[in-house]
Design a protein around this ligand. Structure first.
Ligand SMILES: [Zn+2]
Length: 239
């Protein structure tokens, strides 16, 4: 019965289904942070791939990265979460294009009781590292003084397996920085290598979010094609 022709038909059906689907940006669903209604992220269910895993939601945090009002609100919220848990921040290292949020966060931390370990009159530094082809952070000579011997807060857009964070922390330590905390706008974890993670959105805000090893991905097993490649910067459609 069927065999190969059933398989071909099923594949045709899947392709047709995907063709009729609306584009990703038209399928965004809004999610509100459970402790602050004003902070919103968008997510789309589907089949997506990151460098390390396959995921069933693309989580979009663009508004908090590019819109000043949203970034300021998110920074305020983040600073209040860090209060009494982290006391000293010298430098914020911004990954995934989070530098607008990073600058507002620096402003918020300076307004409250956070202090610097360096010279008392200095302000918090905000740094965006270069990333090489094997995902290692690169700090040039002019930026090294902002890392070496400094208390570092690492800021990212999204985190699923935590692998990128681990690698970034290793690189910062290689340059002599001490990572005192991490924040990812969306995170599946609250600790990475005994360092506290302060997410604005967790898995509780996005019920049903799953990340799979590519070999165990249920969508791949059903032959459902990957819709887009995603990383902290955003998504690139594959079809
Ligand atoms: Zn898959």
């Amino acid at each position: 019965m069927g065999g190969i022709s059933d398989f071909i038909q099923e594949n045709r059906n899947i392709r047709e289904e995907n063709r009729q689907r609306k584009p990703i940006h038209e399928r965004f669903i809004e999610f509100h942070a459970h402790d602050d209604e004003q902070i919103v992220l968008n997510a789309v269910p589907g089949h997506f791939a990151t460098i390390q895993s396959h995921i069933n939601y693309y989580v979009d945090v663009t508004s908090m990265k590019v819109r000043t009002k949203e970034a300021r609100e998110a920074a305020k919220h983040l600073a209040s979460k860090m209060l009494h848990k982290i006391e000293v921040v010298d430098t914020i290292v911004c990954m995934d294009g989070t530098q607008v949020l990073g600058a507002y966060l620096a402003e918020e931390l300076e307004k409250s009781s956070f202090s610097l370990s360096g010279a008392a009159r200095e302000s918090i530094r905000v740094v965006c590292p270069e990333v090489n082809s094997v995902n290692q952070l690169l700090f040039r000579e002019n930026i090294k003084p902002s890392i070496q011997g400094r208390k570092i807060f690492l800021l990212l857009a999204t985190m699923s397996t935590g692998e990128t964070v681990r690698q970034s922390m290793e690189c910062i330590e290689y340059y002599g920085g001490d990572v005192v905390g991490v924040s990812s706008i969306f995170s599946t974890r609250e600790v990475v290598q005994s360092t506290l993670v302060f997410p604005l959105f967790t898995i509780e805000d996005l019920p049903g979010y799953e990340s799979y090893k590519p070999a165990d991905c249920p969508f791949c097993k059903k032959g459902i094609p990957i819709e887009a490649m995603v990383n902290g910067f955003g998504y690139s459609k594959l079809r």
